[in-house]
Design a protein. Sequence first.
Length: 94
Amino acid sequence: MAEDGTKPFKLRISSSDEVFEIPAHRTIVDVLLDHGIEIPVSCEQGMCGTCITKVIRGIPDHRDLFLSNGEHEANDQMTPCCSRSLTRFLTLDL
């Protein structure tokens, strides 16, 4: 586990049922890009909202500045450029 509490987790893509391990030191966007899956990004810091993605299952660890507190609490969307998962598995609508 990284010093900031970051833990690895598994990410499932709903459209293909593929599962990817997201290491503590890498972002969702980076890992998916390695596998040819592109998510539109701009700032890559959670400030612009370009990459907002629907969450199907799991609880995101919101690390963005774009979504409101209420949107964070709903846990139905996230910014995969910088956010992670509080649960061992996270399923995204991709």
